[in-house]
Ligand binder design. Structure first.
Ligand code: NDP
Length: 276
């Protein structure tokens, strides 16, 4: 049986084993998928051991995505642009590194929220790893414009400069106060603010009619960002559970050549989260 795993530290909370077991059952693929706790200074050794024992691929989560990027022999264009890797595939020709987070976000938006990015005014909040991972897939989806806004404005400006050549859409970076008077159709929170029950300090009136506010974080109830967005006029709000399932599906497809049906898996996960 082919072996796969998710590696991180901590890892006990990970929903990836559950998601991949559901994909495997649904598509009739014979594989096992486990959670691997790597010591903070032992990522490369953990990967080497897993590979030597016949492992075929790994998902990589916090805090090892940069190390996984360094470890890969070859990178997909989206992993190179992200500067981080969340998926490793082991083959006869070495280790392939991919980043499926951004593609997972775009697929969640289109498949589960009826939100096609082409032609939309998009605001991406944050300039850390999650924002960086999302940028190339977002730009490739053809927004009318894309603004990156971050607490530390200089990081948003630098990120916009770095990705300016990547897509045809106008791209700019700024701090939160500079957003005053602007309106967006889709606002994506890729900051870590929700993890500490905070909300990025955004000027009021950002949301256009029918706008969607999307938080990459997921929770049993609405996140603080989702609540604040609703109060500021966002017509629809969503959390990042679908992104989690879709990035897993992209990894599964890379490894197995089969695209799972994510709808039922997301539904089961949502019900379990609500009941938990
Ligand atoms: P990083 O630590 O790399 O980046 C953190 C970012 O958040 C920075 O831009 C930082 O701004 C900003 N930030 C932190 N606290 C605040 C605050 N109180 N107010 C405003 N801005 C703040 O984190 P990641 O990019 O790796 O992760 C961001 C989030 O995305 C996490 O919550 C993570 O769980 C989520 N995520 C979800 C995924 C999914 O599948 N659903 C996948 C990947 C990530 P500054 O530069 O000024 O410090």
């Amino acid at each position: 049986m082919d072996r796969y795993a998710v590696v991180g530290n901590p890892i006990a909370h990970s929903k990836s084993p559950q998601i991949h077991a559901a994909f495997a059952a649904q598509t009739g693929q014979a594989l096992s998928y486990e959670a691997l706790l790597a010591p903070l200074d032992g990522f490369a050794a953990t990967v080497a051991e897993f590979r030597a024992a016949g492992g075929r691929g790994l998902n990589v989560t916090v805090p090892f995505k940069l190390e996984a990027h360094a470890l890969a022999d070859r990178l997909t264009p989206r992993a190179r642009a992200a500067g981080a890797v969340n998926t490793l595939a082991f083959g006869a020709d070495g280790v392939l590194g991919d980043n499926t987070d951004g593609a997972g976000l775009v697929r969640d938006l289109s498949h589960h929220h009826g939100c096609n990015i082409a032609g939309l005014r998009v605001l991406l909040l944050g300039a850390g790893g999650a924002a960086r991972g999302a940028l190339l897939p977002l730009l490739q989806a053809g927004p009318a414009k894309l603004t990156i806004a971050n607490r530390s404005a200089d990081k948003a400006v630098a990120l916009a400069r770095e990705f300016a050549a990547a897509g045809g859409s106008p791209l700019d970076g700024c701090g939160f106060p500079s957003l005053a008077g602007r309106r967006y159709d889709l606002v994506i929170n890729a900051t870590a603010a929700s993890l500490s029950a905070e909300v990025p300090p955004l000027p009021p009136g950002l949301y256009s009619d029918g706008a969607l506010a999307y938080d990459m974080v997921y929770a049993k109830e609405e996140t603080p960002f989702m609540r604040a967005a609703r109060l500021d006029g966002a017509a629809r709000v969503a959390d990042g559970l679908g992104m989690l399932v879709e990035q897993a599906a992209e990894s599964f497809a890379l490894w197995r050549g089969v695209q799972p049906d994510t709808g039922p898996v997301l539904g089961a996960l949502r019900r379990a989260l609500a009941a938990g």
